[in-house]
Write a protein that binds this ligand. Structure first.
Ligand SMILES: [Zn+2]
Length: 217
């Protein structure tokens, strides 16, 4: 795990709050993920010297969309290239000197998870206990994940009622840690049932969750 400086934390908090460009264009999840990843790794002078291929690996993307997002971010004035962009480009983040992060607020979800059809509450309770013994998440991590994903990751609805979907189902030995959880609306979660589904969380979620909920793993 790469060391994160206090400046990096502050820069990432700034990136976390940037949802539109100074010109008013909404950032895509990739833009946001790239911005977060760069900010997370800045030095004390707000410069990220992380090789681009490292950013690409961290985000689980291919090089092309990262380059495209980076080009957009530079056009928006959210990332400034201070050395010739290339293998070891240096990127500077225009974090305002007087930037103060907003206090984190998060409304906890209802205490009980909705039971799934065909699964008795008792069995679900036992399975969840096993899943929790394998890995646990905090309310802050879930809140950060929901905040970053912005709604159901399958149908993209900003549904009020989101459920915690275990990507590797707990009935198949999946754990209850945040790396195995994605927000799904109730209809999407019911449609999924107990089948393993793919991870649909947008790139950058890991950085976003770590920003609020501490290091993962
Ligand atoms: Zn959905």
């Amino acid at each position: 795990m790469v060391e994160v400086t206090a400046t990096g934390q502050r820069a990432a908090q700034w990136a976390w709050e940037v949802n539109v460009s100074p010109g008013g264009v909404a950032l895509t999840p990739t833009d946001k993920g790239v911005l977060l990843a760069l900010c997370w790794h800045v030095d004390d002078d707000l410069c990220c010297r992380l090789p681009l291929h490292t950013v690409v690996t961290r985000l689980g993307l291919s090089m092309k969309p990262v380059r495209v997002a980076l080009k957009r971010l530079r056009e928006y004035g959210l990332v400034e290239a201070v050395a010739a962009p290339g293998k070891v480009g240096v990127y500077k983040m225009p974090v305002p000197a007087d930037f103060t992060p907003k206090p984190w607020s998060y409304a906890p979800p209802p205490p009980r998870e909705a039971g799934r059809p065909g699964v008795s509450h008792r069995r679900r309770h036992d399975r969840l206990a096993i899943a929790r013994s394998l890995g646990q998440h905090t309310a802050e991590q879930w809140g950060a994940l929901v905040g970053f994903c912005g709604g159901c990751v399958a149908c993209r609805k900003k549904s009020a009622q989101l459920t915690k979907d275990h990507i590797e189902p707990i009935s198949k030995g999946g754990h209850d840690g945040i790396t195995n959880i994605q927000p799904l609306c109730l209809p999407c979660n019911s449609a999924k049932g107990a089948r393993p589904w793919r991870d649909m969380r947008p790139e950058g979620w890991r950085e976003a969750v770590q920003l609020v909920g501490g290091q993962i793993e």
